[in-house]
Design a protein around this ligand. Structure first.
Ligand code: GDP
Length: 306
């Protein structure tokens, strides 16, 4: 049956379509309940949250004395929304602050994640969003491992009209570049500094050391306000494992879930937040500069169910 469901998901493209087709059957039989459960699992909602959701769904519909599809749908919507938790703080905290020396210092945001998840693209898009909100932004290319990474960030800087601090030397100390970026941000009176980092997961100890050091060294210029973890929504449980490793390396304050445009697996939002206790703050919906959106729980749940 999982195979049949998988095929149906592939055809319809969204779990919403699959759920709706199950929920359009009128009074739900045991079989239908199981299909709802499997659909949630296939959408990467995760075993824990799915079990929790199904228990609530069954209990509440029992209380209501109905298995009427419309009512089940309403309960599912409410419970999904509760799981996504609209009360989490999803604001990107880049409010102005005054340093120990009485001078204003920029809000710094460290962006971490495995290579290929969309980190650099996210830094570019985020800069675009912040500039549109009248922030003065400086970017730091602390992914010094690959020269192409700094080039890519420079391209984004030019595209959105913000300066990029980088090292011309491949293999330069990423913490030094991050430090310079914040320093330059301070000097230029910028109010936000976004720092892109490398994400080589094959060397876990090295990665942890590197991120810890970057954060420490940046903090000498200004406290690191946000650490955003970029996760690729299409990688499912793999993304969850990455999230665990990164959250051991550095305190994550928010998640950016990229490539939600290319997947029916949006349920990963629920799994990731539950697992890490950290809110999804933005979602990536494409490769262009305007394809980053603040995460809206209601909108998200409605999209899942439409
Ligand atoms: P990095 O190695 O983590 O810095 O990843 P990149 O920023 O280089 O992105 C890797 C690829 O994913 C690029 O081709 C991006 O255009 C693409 N990408 C990034 N974010 C999104 C997104 O939200 N949707 C889609 N469809 N593609 C994305």
């Amino acid at each position: 049956r999982m195979q049949r469901l998988r095929a149906r998901l592939a055809r319809s493209g969204t779990i919403g379509q699959t759920l709706l087709s199950i929920l359009s059957r009128g009074d739900l039989a045991e079989n239908d309940w199981e299909e709802i459960e499997e659909t949630l699992l296939l959408a990467d909602v995760g075993v824990g949250p799915t079990t929790e959701l199904m228990d609530k769904l069954r209990t509440e519909t029992k209380v209501l004395g109905t298995s009427d599809a419309e009512q089940v749908r309403a309960v599912l919507r409410r419970e999904l929304l509760e799981l996504v938790d609209p009360t989490m703080d999803r604001v990107l905290h880049v409010e102005p602050a005054i340093g120990d020396d009485g001078q204003p210092h920029p809000a710094t945001v460290l962006v971490v994640g495995v290579n290929g998840t969309g980190k650099t693209t996210t830094v570019g898009k985020l800069a675009r969003l912040l500039v549109a909100e009248d922030h003065d932004v400086v970017l730091g290319a602390a992914d010094t491992f690959r020269a192409a990474a700094a080039d890519q960030l420079s391209t984004w800087g030019a595209r959105v009209g913000v300066p990029v601090v980088r090292s011309e030397r491949e293999g330069a100390d990423p913490a030094a570049v991050a430090f310079d970026a914040v320093k330059e941000g301070r000097g230029a009176g910028a109010d936000v500094v976004l720092v892109d980092t490398a994400g080589r997961l094959q060397n876990k100890a090295g990665l942890m050391d590197e991120l810890g050091k970057i954060k420490r060294v940046m903090s000498r210029q200004a406290p690191v306000r946000e650490v955003l973890l970029v996760l690729d929504a299409t990688t499912g449980q793999n993304g969850m494992r990455q999230a665990e490793v990164f959250s051991q390396a550095v305190d994550i304050t928010g998640i950016v879930l990229t490539k939600l445009d290319g997947t029916a697996k949006g349920g990963i939002v629920v799994a990731v937040q539950r697992e890490l206790g950290v809110p999804v703050k933005f979602v990536g919906l494409g490769e262009g500069p305007d394809d980053l959106a603040p995460f809206e729980p209601e909108e998200f749940v409605d999209a899942l169910l439409s």
